[in-house]
Design a protein around this ligand. Structure first.
Ligand SMILES: C[S@@+](CC[C@H](N)C(=O)[O-])C[C@H]1O[C@@H](n2cnc3c(N)ncnc32)[C@H](O)[C@@H]1O
Length: 438
């Protein structure tokens, strides 16, 4: 499963040459896969494994307590907390990811309700899907058949990502699911659809979203959904349905939204490695109707931590000021800036570095405000490099946190990588921050 292994490798933007977990020897994979039950129900770029989360949570919360994940992503922290009996809560800025987490942490649905709903949804969708391929071949046919393309954003880029017949098949399935009355069941089924979107499209995750060598002209949407959702149900049945430990997730921008008062934090923010989440989940956001136009996409991007050169906005210039107050961030900014002299790429990795750390400072200030004295925040993060300049993200984040009252208790390295372009290794680590007395 090369593509799965490399999903986390590419976070450092480097070729993968060594994998030497130094702290947790039992961490097998680097990302959740379909072999990981509920953890693997949605394949997400830059997640960490359930096993990794469970080990860290056990170590960080020996006496119990409540867990906060301000960058919940696909919900690994919340699922692991629930399994361990720890109440948890979190934010993600993406409404799609929030629904993924809700579906993975709601274990209150009667499994027979799920099986009945699947049968109804599929038989309803089957009737409409049957005569489809003769009716709909190109995008202009799609527009004719649909009269106007209001159902699908008139976005030329996305139209290269997926065929019109496949979109129509997916719409039939999604409409059939949206007719299900029980919201919890709907969410579960929509997560099943999310899992087939990339395979049904012209795109692949390798590990970033990119074009497949051969376009997918048509795809057995209902069949693949049926296989996937039935597997999810069989895994769902094995979960402990008596476990009602709360796992609360909300849409929130962690730079401004305040957590409740957690005992501690376990989280992985975006790495400053040019990965752009809105782009990576574009099919899901559009086809499952979370975002309906370019304006919606842009406002979501502006709320994201500036982990990519494409997420640097003038509206967020305050982040740059906040970042540059930290001397090591200012140095990294200056070093990257020097490599840009005489170049006019339109994208600015130096500004990205400054905005990234300024944004993270804003986030960590909210933690300091809400954590009890002695409270812990453990941050899973990776280094990156731009134009040959290494950005030691763990060290820099630690320095940002210390500016705002935390103590860096540990930087626990769990992977290191080396690349021919650099003399230094790039690493992934867990930065352990402790809120001191003052
Ligand atoms: C590295 S991923 C988290 C992965 C997660 N640990 C998992 O196992 O799936 C980072 C997440 O942060 C979210 N994010 C980015 N900017 C954010 C912000 N300002 N507030 C809240 N979430 C944000 C992204 O949408 C993404 O899902």
């Amino acid at each position: 499963m090369d593509d799965v292994i490399s999903s986390r490798d590419a976070q450092l933007g480097m070729d993968f040459l060594s994998d030497t977990p130094k702290v947790f020897k039992s961490v097998k994979g680097t990302t959740n896969t379909s072999a990981d039950g509920v953890y693997g129900w949605y394949r997400y770029i830059q997640d960490f494994t359930g096993e990794f989360a469970e080990e860290w949570l056990t170590k960080l919360f020996p006496n119990g307590g409540s867990v906060w994940d301000p960058f919940a992503g696909s919900g690994t922290t919340l699922v692991a907390s629930k399994k361990l009996g720890l109440p948890s809560a979190g934010f993600d800025v993406s409404p799609f990811m929030v629904d993924v987490v809700r579906a993975k942490t709601d274990w209150s649905i009667d499994p027979t309700l799920l099986t009945k709903a699947i049968d109804t949804v599929l038989s309803r969708a089957q009737v409409e899907a049957e005569p489809l391929s003769e009716r709909l071949v190109t995008w202009s046919d799609y527009d004719d058949v649909m009269q106007a393309s209001t159902d699908f954003p008139g976005d030329t880029k996305l139209r290269k990502w997926i065929s019109p017949v496949v979109v129509r098949r997916l719409q039939i399935l999604i409409d059939s699911i949206d007719a299900v009355v029980d919201e919890r069941v709907r969410r579960f089924l929509r997560l099943g659809v999310a899992g087939v979107l990339v395979p049904a499209s012209n795109m692949a995750l390798r590990p970033n979203i990119c074009y497949k060598t051969k376009a997918t002209l048509d795809y057995p949407v209902l069949k693949e959904f049926s296989i996937r959702i039935r597997r999810m149900v069989s895994e769902y049945i094995k979960l402990d349905h008596g476990n009602n430990v709360p796992a609360l997730i909300e849409v929130g921008d962690s730079r401004t939204a305040r957590p409740e008062v957690p005992t501690g934090i376990f989280t992985s923010p975006p790495y400053p490695n040019d990965m752009e989440y809105v782009h990576q989940t574009r099919l899901e956001l559009a086809l499952l109707n979370y975002v309906n136009d370019k304006k919606g996409l842009t406002s979501l991007k502006k709320a994201m931590i500036s982990s990519s050169v494409k997420l640097v906005y003038n509206d967020n210039a305050w982040q740059k000021d906040l970042g540059l107050e930290v001397s090591s961030v200012a140095k990294a900014y200056g070093d990257v800036n020097k490599t840009l002299e005489g170049k006019n790429w339109g994208w600015n990795p130096a500004d990205m570095v400054a905005q990234y750390f300024g944004g993270m400072r804003a986030v960590m200030r909210t933690w300091h405000e809400r954590l009890p004295v002695g409270g812990v925040a453990a941050v899973v993060i990776g280094d990156s490099a731009f134009n040959g300049i290494k950005v030691a993200t763990d060290v820099l984040l630690g320095e940002c946190a210390e500016m705002d009252g935390f103590k860096v208790e540990d930087i626990a390295v769990f992977r290191e990588r080396w690349n021919t372009k650099h003399t230094e290794t790039l690493r992934e680590s867990v930065v352990v921050l402790r809120k001191g007395q003052h």
